[in-house]
Design a protein around this ligand. Structure first.
Ligand code: ADP
Ligand code: MG
Length: 338
């Protein structure tokens, strides 16, 4: 169905009928000029992200339902990376005429699945038209008590640097999807067989925000000294923590959590797997630093958190390759790796 037929109000009604508010802090959701929230004397954290067709996503290989899901999840990740809890989101969309009501319905189906999985309420947004493809802007509201919030600038000398999950799959997934798109354009009769790449493609198309890590910290009563989520790649996020906290660091190549599947696929794509793990974006894992005593408390727990190095007082940004070799991530050695 053409969106014109339904009209803006019809479309907003259709969207809002999919969502039911779950959170106590949501006093009023979609329907008035503003949403009303109750912070119950907690601090409020806000973050926004924009996703532009052709820049941040390619609809030729991104199912629109996954896009709805991912738009929510990448925003939630920013709140978890402050050690806070996301509870509401707002989504603005600018839609070009090529989209049908059914396509927008699919998008919001993905949004709704993410909202249920992470228990957040969609409390508003704006809907308008676009002449240049789909534009999505998502904002998220999170809550925390002041003493729990973790910033980029809190790392301390000797802190253990840890990362959740594994690195490299999302980037390799994107490379596979882009390769198959080129193959498909060359030969439209060839259906790509993506079964063997399922795991890496899934991490690219349907990433998860690490709510479980946030909950793990709460259960274990530990608070990282610094934290950031990995949207642009491990090395770039590590540089953010290091610069903001005024510390150097040493990380170890053999400690980087790289899934076995990445070795095979990076070989196939003639890429260096360590470089993929260091520079690959859109992982949405958490990178954080812990006081060594806190790390001792959790190191025996079976949780997918890997220690990869530590912060130092020196002005160094070092990747240790093996007993004899290390690379200064600030020097020319770095270029060799990118
Ligand atoms: P206004 O003209 O005051 O901006 P709208 O007609 O745009 O109001 O919106 C009416 C209600 O619908 C508001 O609560 C708004 O937040 C909500 N809304 C509009 N577009 C969306 C959307 N894409 N997703 C969620 N809520 C939306
Ligand atoms: Mg509006």
């Amino acid at each position: 169905m053409d969106i014109k037929e339904l009209g803006e109000f019809g479309l907003i009604n259709k969207i809002s009928s999919k969502f039911k508010n779950k959170r106590k802090s949501t006093i009023l959701g979609i329907g008035d000029d503003c949403a009303i929230l109750n912070s119950e004397s907690q601090l409020i954290l806000l973050s926004s992200d924009m996703l532009v067709e052709g820049i941040h996503f390619d609809l030729s290989f991104t199912p629109i339902k996954h896009l709805g899901y991912k738009s929510v999840v990448v925003n939630l990740s920013d709140i978890y990376s402050m050690n806070a809890e996301p509870k509401q989101i707002l989504i603005n969309i600018a839609i070009s005429s090529k989209f049908s009501v059914e396509a927008i319905d699919e998008f919001y189906e993905g949004v709704s699945i993410a909202c249920d999985e992470y228990s957040v309420d969609l409390v508003g947004g704006d809907t308008t038209s676009s002449v240049s493809g789909l534009i999505i802007s998502c904002s998220v509201v999170g809550y925390s008590k002041e003493t729990s919030i973790v910033r980029r600038n809190g790392a301390k000398n000797n802190d253990i640097i840890c990362v959740s999950g594994d690195l490299g799959r999302s980037f390799l997934g994107l490379k596979i999807l882009q390769r198959e798109k080129v193959n498909f354009i060359k030969n439209p009769k060839m259906q790509p067989s993506l079964n063997e790449y399922k795991d890496i493609i899934e991490k690219q198309l349907r990433p998860r925000a690490r709510k479980d890590v946030f909950e793990f910290f709460k259960d274990e009563k530990i608070t990282p000294n610094s934290m950031i989520d990995i949207s642009d790649g491990l090395s770039s996020e590590l540089l953010h923590l290091s610069l903001n906290s005024n510390l150097g660091f040493k990380i170890f190549e053999d400690k980087l959590p790289i899934d076995k599947s990445c070795n095979k696929i990076s070989d196939e794509l003639k890429m260096d797997v360590v470089s993929c793990a260091l520079n690959g974006g859109e992982e949405y894992e958490l990178l954080f630093s812990l006081n060594p005593l806190d790390y001792e408390k959790i190191k025996e727990k079976k949780f997918d958190i890997s220690p990869i190095g530590f912060f130092t007082k020196k002005n160094e940004k070092i990747l240790v390759l093996n007993d004899e070799n290390e690379i200064d991530l600030n020097s020319d050695g770095w270029n060799h790796f990118t």
